[in-house]
Design a protein. Structure first.
Length: 188
């Protein structure tokens, strides 16, 4: 009687080519392990000593200066450690920016970096309207904050406060009532 349930045996013999492939795989695995160990060693060094790529920029009075821009407004901003007082064009922020939304805008960099009421701000703003001026002060505060504390740069940059908002009013074109609006059409 013949056995019908017999399955063919797999050839377990290995050739020299198979041996070379196994050696290459072992070398690649060893290289990957070494690379992983090197990465963890550099990561541990980076955690041990904080790397600050930028230097602190402070004037003789202990202030950091920056210029902020938005629409047609330009703000010159100085910050220094203090009680959180914000002076804009010689007036308190609550007087100059009467709308609460504008005060909220200029405090955003401090809220994101968790430095609210830790810095005094002195700003002079020219040009544009109140909304543009608030945006310019915000941009200036964010820039000055990163100059005073370079470690905060990543947090402020991820929030998008270091980028100058380049949107401005589109110019009026000839033959149009405004930038794009046409004059009223009359059929008769």
């Amino acid at each position: 009687m013949s056995d019908t349930n017999e399955t063919p045996q797999a050839d377990s013999r290995q050739s020299l080519a198979d041996l070379a492939k196994l050696q290459q795989a072992a070398q690649a695995e060893a290289a990957a392990v070494a690379a992983t160990e090197a990465n963890t060693a550099t990561a541990a060094r980076q955690l041990a000593e904080p790397v600050v790529l930028r230097a602190q920029v402070i004037d003789a009075f202990g202030r950091a200066y920056a210029t902020g821009r938005r629409k047609n407004a330009i703000a010159r901003v100085w910050i220094k450690p203090g009680s959180g007082k914000i002076i804009v064009n010689g007036r308190d922020q609550t007087v100059y920016f009467a709308r609460p939304t504008l005060r909220l805008v200029i405090n955003q960099p401090f809220d994101v970096s968790e430095r609210r009421e830790q810095y005094d701000v002195i700003a002079t703003v020219v040009g544009g309207g109140l909304s543009g001026q608030a945006g310019a002060v915000k941009h200036g505060i964010a820039q000055a904050l990163t100059r005073y504390e370079p470690a905060l740069r990543t947090v402020v940059k991820q929030a998008g406060f270091l980028t100058r908002d380049s949107r401005v009013v589109e110019r009026k074109k000839y033959g149009k009532a405004k930038a794009r609006r046409s004059f009223q059409f009359s059929k008769r």
